[in-house]
Write a protein that binds this ligand. Structure first.
Ligand SMILES: [Mg+2]
Length: 233
């Protein structure tokens, strides 16, 4: 169990930590694959999309707009530019619907954030990566904004972003606890710079976020978001 007595700042991931995001993206990908089924086998089409996304990620970043461009590019490539306007329209409207997903807080999230806030012992930061406007809208729709002292939206979450956050918060890495569902983005880079991390896996994860997991004295793995209270209070 990690030692939480030095924690002054708690940073929370948003997607798939505070609300469900990935299952909507999984569903959109399913519809994409069905729509293009006449151009290839599901696994092959999925692989082509994964390759396109991987190639585009350094310039397009994360989120629905990036996925949309990658899907359209993949559709044109696998169909040798013969994909129909109707099929393309279906893909675009499916991905566009991701910009209005409900972002209803997951079970226990509101109560847990409320209890942490009421204790007045920690600064609470929301640290999320993705498209600025989409992330802002999701946070607003969730109704959770009031719990956070600050919202930070970044293009990617690596060691530099965690060090930056510590600098901005005027704390040592050992004073910051990162809470999130992605071992690759929320846990690994945070502990690499000396932060502590609470890993709360979600039932589904984006293939690009998959990572080799390891045990570490600064990492605690929790079953549910509410378990945070057991290590903090
Ligand atoms: Mg996440």
């Amino acid at each position: 169990m990690i030692d939480t007595k030095d924690i002054r700042v708690i940073a929370f991931d948003a997607d798939d930590t505070l609300w469900d995001n990935q299952s909507y993206y999984d569903k959109a990908e399913e519809i994409f694959l069905e729509t293009l089924s006449r151009f290839g086998k599901t696994e092959e089409l999925a692989e082509r999309l994964f390759e396109t996304e991987s190639r585009n990620m350094p310039v397009l970043g994360y989120g629905a707009k990036a996925v949309c461009i990658s899907m359209m590019e993949t559709a044109l490539a696998v169909s040798d530019n013969t994909v129909s306007p109707c099929e393309m329209s279906k893909i675009v409207s499916t991905v566009k619907s991701l910009l209005s997903i409900p972002t209803t807080p997951l079970e226990g999230v509101t109560e847990t954030l409320s209890a942490i806030k009421d204790s007045h012992r920690w600064r609470m930061i929301l640290l999320t990566k993705g498209d600025m406007l989409d992330q802002q809208n999701k946070i607003r729709r969730s109704g959770l904004e009031e719990f956070f002292d600050k919202v930070v939206i970044v293009s990617s979450k690596g060691e530099a972003e965690y060090l930056n956050l510590c600098r901005e918060e005027n704390c040592n890495p050992g004073n910051l606890l990162m809470v999130g569902n992605s071992f690759r983005s929320d846990i690994q880079p945070a502990v690499a710079v000396g932060c502590k991390a609470a890993y709360i896996p979600f039932h589904t994860i984006w293939r690009h976020e998959k990572a080799e997991e390891f045990e570490h004295p600064d990492i605690v793995r929790l079953g549910t978001f509410s378990d945070l209270l057991k290590i903090l209070l």
